[in-house]
Design a protein around this ligand. Structure first.
Ligand SMILES: [Zn+2]
Ligand SMILES: [Zn+2]
Ligand SMILES: [Zn+2]
Length: 368
């Protein structure tokens, strides 16, 4: 009899754990609170702040119902437990137990109904937005929320992580940490970010062949009334966050940040091609912007040179005008290589991104 109770408890709380920390497969299949209630929650990409106010409210309620749900499940499947309690302890023991288990849900329900009836301005997220609001009216948070929603719609935002259990979002002006029950945010102009620690995790074998470095960053605000918080992200994403940060990120502990394989290769790639003879700039027109990033001028050209050493190689003549910058060509070269054997990359070849003729590192010239 007892083993039956243990079995039911184990199954119930395993399912409960999956509700609280949905596994990747459940997230992908949409079997999460957000996935099942997306009609009511609205669109995260259009109304980011309002979406997360509703999401945190409904998550608090549903998670608080796990306990009474457990008691009810036991009542339905093993009614003898409650008969036993009623007979041996107190005539109303089972009713009292059920009421006690409902207590957290009642408290959460009361808090959430308060948020709801106040037009959400009592929600902790609205309270944290009020600090940045232009005036003291109860609806002042809405103008800040509208700014954040607009920024979140832009394609160049930084997002680390995909689950609602833990995500770091950086838009042009805001840094936000989204967790199951709350969203913490800070204006990037006020934010002082400092690297606090790092640890190495072994990622899923196929996804990341090399171990990933996880960084812990402390976020503090120079503005009063904004509590500090910590964010975690992988070292590969650190560069992207650094681009969004307004103030330089403090690294007082001198933590060595591991770069991604492609970043490391890019350094070596650039160093190697600097040893090659430089090319003369195209005489006719002004130098064009790189076709890949549209930010830096195209500064490399491909000239078959490796043949001069006398060895027979598979390289081909490329007659393209300079269209790429070193960094885009390096990234392209890395992306064409065997990702599990980075040691072979420097001696390998890749097709020209424009005409597909094969080139090696000896054939790449920087434009003087
Ligand atoms: Zn480029
Ligand atoms: Zn070409
Ligand atoms: Zn070559």
């Amino acid at each position: 009899m007892i083993s039956g109770v243990l079995m039911i408890s184990l199954i119930y709380w395993m399912c409960g754990l999956m509700v609280v920390f949905p596994p990747c497969a459940a997230v992908a299949a949409g079997f999460t609170i957000e996935g099942l209630l997306d009609q009511w929650l609205g669109s995260e990409s259009i109304t980011f702040i309002q979406y997360h106010m509703r999401r945190t409210a409904v998550t608090c309620i549903l998670h608080s119902m796990l306990l009474p749900g457990y008691v009810v499940t036991l009542m339905m499947t093993k009614p003898w437990i409650f008969d036993f309690l009623d007979v041996h302890y107190h005539s109303q023991a089972s009713t009292l137990l059920l009421l006690a288990s409902l207590l957290p849900s009642a408290v959460v329900g009361w808090i959430v109904s308060n948020w709801w009836s106040s037009g959400w301005h009592k929600h902790p997220l609205a309270t944290s937005l009020v600090v940045y609001a232009p005036n003291n009216s109860p609806d002042a948070w809405k103008s800040v929320a509208a700014d954040i929603n607009t920024e979140y719609r832009r394609v160049d935002k930084f997002i680390s992580g995909v689950s609602s259990v833990y995500r770091v979002v950086a838009t042009d002006n805001w840094l936000m940490k989204v967790t199951t029950y709350r969203v913490q945010l800070i204006h990037l102009r006020d934010a002082v970010l400092s690297l606090e620690g790092s640890h190495i995790t072994q990622g899923p074998v196929r996804a990341t062949p090399t171990p990933a470095q996880q960084l812990t960053i402390n976020v503090m605000s120079v503005r009063e009334g904004v509590p500090a918080f910590c964010i975690r992200l992988s070292s590969v994403e650190f560069g992207e966050l650094e681009l969004k940060a307004v103030n330089p990120i403090v690294n007082a502990r001198q933590i060595v940040i591991q770069q991604s394989l492609s970043d490391l290769f890019l350094e070596t790639f650039t160093k190697t091609i600097r040893l090659n003879p430089t090319a003369t700039p195209p005489s006719s027109k002004e130098r064009q912007l790189c076709f890949g990033c549209m930010q830096t001028p195209a500064n490399v050209s491909l000239e078959r040179r490796c043949n001069a050493t006398g060895s027979s190689t598979g390289c081909q003549e490329c007659r393209c005008r300079p269209m790429w910058c070193v960094s885009c060509l390096g990234k392209w070269f890395a992306s064409r290589q065997d990702q599990h054997h980075p040691e072979s990359w420097l001696a390998s070849r890749a097709p020209c991104p424009t005409c597909r003729s094969t080139f090696c590192l000896l054939d790449v010239s920087l434009i003087a």
